[in-house]
Design a protein around this ligand. Structure first.
Ligand code: B4P
Length: 201
């Protein structure tokens, strides 16, 4: 199995890159944001609970997130690996993911940490908001999401630095350039069993 995490602030390109890498390496793309938006679209009680958090730019509680991830990773037994997109977002989620992977006799391989300047994040998400109408892509909520990211999610980066799994990638380049750089890291890892020391930024 090959298990990747795409980590970074809102608007850095997590969803965009996860979709491309999942096709390239035939991995299951698990986006907690997409899972939650689908629940909202279905109009269930859980959906209205979730939209309350998401529309305010707040994190969905760990218990709900972990239940969805647990269900998603246990239903499909024959997979060649996962790309986790937008998950984990708290230390508790990161610890739980290690446990879930362990139960599957598997582990995480590479955590791509994407960096994009704040002005660019705002511009991208405001642009997306105009096209998609996503309620959380308004300037006030985007700034809230960035603050929540800095307070609760950024510490997760250190968790993976300590595990020697973190690879920093600039998300400022064009989409294809970013995915080619990530793919080169994955190819090196598959060939050599280690993360390259000098990584493309
Ligand atoms: P997400 O769905 O994860 O939303 P996101 O952080 O905005 O990332 P997304 O993947 O959509 O955007 P991307 O950067 O690819 O989360 C939404 C909400 O769900 C959260 O606020 C939270 O409430 C909740 N949630 C989700 N997971 C959770 C968890 N684990 N725990 C608790 N709560 C959770 O792309 C943004 C834009 O940039 C796009 O328009 C794209 O086209 C553009 N773009 C991408 N790459 C580009 C590039 N290289 N150059 C130019 N533009 C680019």
């Amino acid at each position: 199995m090959l298990n990747l995490i795409i980590f970074g602030p809102p608007g850095c390109g997590k969803g965009t890159q996860s979709a491309r890498l999942s096709c390239r390496f035939e991995l299951v793309h698990l986006s907690t944001g997409d899972i939650f938006r689908e629940k909202v679209r279905q109009g269930s009680d859980l959906g209205s609970l979730l939209s309350g958090y998401m529309n305010k730019g707040e994190l969905v509680p760990d218990g709900i997130v972990l239940r969805e991830i647990y269900m998603a990773t246990t239903t499909d037994k024959e997979v060649s690996g996962y790309i986790f997109d937008g998950f984990p977002r708290t230390i508790m989620q990161a610890v739980a993911l290690d446990r879930i992977m362990g139960e599957r006799n598997s582990s995480l391989d590479i955590v791509f940490s994407m960096k994009v300047e704040k002005d660019e994040l705002l511009a991208r998400l405001l642009g997306r908001g105009e096209d998609s109408g996503r309620a959380d892509d308004s300037s006030e909520i985007i700034l809230k999401r960035i603050n929540v990211y800095e307070q609760y999610t950024l510490p997760v980066k250190d968790y993976y630095v300590k595990q020697g799994k973190l690879v920093q990638i600039s998300g400022m380049a064009p989409v294809k350039v970013v995915s080619d750089r990530m793919a080169a890291v994955v190819d090196f890892y598959r060939k050599n069993g280690v993360i390259p020391e000098v990584t493309p930024l």
